[in-house]
Design a protein around this ligand. Structure first.
Ligand SMILES: Cc1ncc(COP(=O)(O)O)c(C=O)c1O
Length: 351
């Protein structure tokens, strides 16, 4: 604390990102990165951008990437917003599209950045408890609010809400923006992007960090009605006009163009996730049904904290949240086949 800090900064409790340890030989299953690398065509495209043009600013609007994404999802370019990772997109949404002065609704167990954005912008967040089985109940979202946001699949539970239920929440809030954070949707879910033409209050955010293996490049985007996107552009151009650099723009376009790589790696992750789930269940774990690239699991006889520590001592890092309702769970990112085998071997030694 310093006398130089603004009153707002004194009150902030910042988000704590998952650890990025520097240890050798580590099995890193703690931040939901993709275990497979990005498409070789992405690497080629980025390499081709390493030239004299780096002295020039990138396209502030990222038009080429916007039209690539628009074509991919069958929407107009004006319906696409780009940001430096979806975290930045979400920050602009909280600032520019939620009605400050009324509570923003989100689940009690969800992406822990949402309350941080609320405190950053001094807006009220209201948490709505997930059901006993950690599901979102659309009925809960019929109450006065300044906006609604939830991930689908949810994080850290991995639970997926069927599209008709997502639609019920959007339809119940015609005067408020409903944001579906689809960071993990490509691992088995169905995107709500197909509903944006029908609902001007629906905004879908996605990222290239997960299914497209580009967490290091920092590219996120949102798709919605042109009026919602215009608000985000107004915020962006009052904050940082060039959120995506030349390398990120080139790499992201190439990622969308290599559909075969995308499909194959998503299928690889899904297959490994299901393998880990079966092995954990055989060890007595309860595993929530996941449509993400991670699973959320607890053991009836072993505390989550103890298991996380035991794994760490064997060089396997998973995420444990010391929070009400979920302190017994481990969130385990799906790794490569070798990493997953090592995870299971280490857990066998612990349970
Ligand atoms: C639910 C959810 N939304 C958004 C993000 C942010 O992703 P990025 O900023 O890498 O695009 C994450 C990252 O883990 C996430 O779990």
């Amino acid at each position: 604390m310093s006398k130089f800090w603004s009153p707002l900064v004194k009150k902030l409790t910042p988000y704590v990102p998952g650890e990025q340890p520097k240890m050798a030989n580590l099995v890193k299953l703690n931040t939901n990165e993709n275990p497979f690398g990005p498409s070789p065509k992405v690497v080629e495209a980025i390499t081709a951008e390493l030239n004299d043009n780096l002295r020039l600013y990138p396209d502030p609007e990222g038009e080429a990437l916007k039209s690539t994404i628009a074509r991919y999802y069958n929407v107009q370019s004006e319906q696409v917003f780009l940001g430096n990772g979806s975290d930045e997109v979400l920050a602009h949404i909280f600032y520019g599209l939620f009605q400050h002065g009324q509570p923003i609704l989100y689940p009690d167990i969800t992406y822990s950045f949402y309350p941080v954005y609320c405190s950053l912008y001094n807006i009220e967040g209201k948490t709505l408890p997930l059901t006993e089985s950690f599901e979102i109940n659309p009925e809960d979202y019929r109450q006065p609010n300044g906006g609604v946001i939830f991930p689908n699949p949810n994080a850290p539970t991995g639970r997926y809400l069927a599209l008709d239920k997502v639609e019920a929440i959007v339809a119940a809030n015609p005067d408020r923006v409903v944001v579906v954070d689809e960071a993990y949707v490509d691992f088995g879910g169905e995107s709500a992007i197909k509903l944006v033409g029908k609902y001007p209050n629906l905004l879908v955010s996605q990222t290239l960090s997960k299914a497209r293996s580009l967490a290091g490049l920092r590219v996120g985007f949102a798709v919605g009605s042109a009026e919602l996107i215009e608000a985000l552009n107004r915020v962006k151009n009052s904050f940082n006009s060039y959120p995506l650099d030349r390398l990120a723009l080139a790499g992201a376009i190439a990622a969308f163009e290599d559909e075969d790589w995308f499909r194959a790696t998503c299928e690889g992750v899904i297959g490994e996730r299901d393998w880990v789930t079966a092995k954990l269940e055989a060890l007595g774990f309860e595993v929530l049904p996941s449509k993400a690239n991670f699973i959320f699991a607890r053991h009836p006889d072993h505390a989550g904290e103890v298991l996380a520590k035991g794994l760490r001592e064997q060089g396997v890092i998973v995420r444990h949240f010391n929070k009400p309702r979920i302190s017994e769970f481990l969130r385990i990112t799906t790794g490569t086949a070798d990493q997953n085998k090592r995870l299971i071997e280490c857990l066998k030694a612990l349970v």
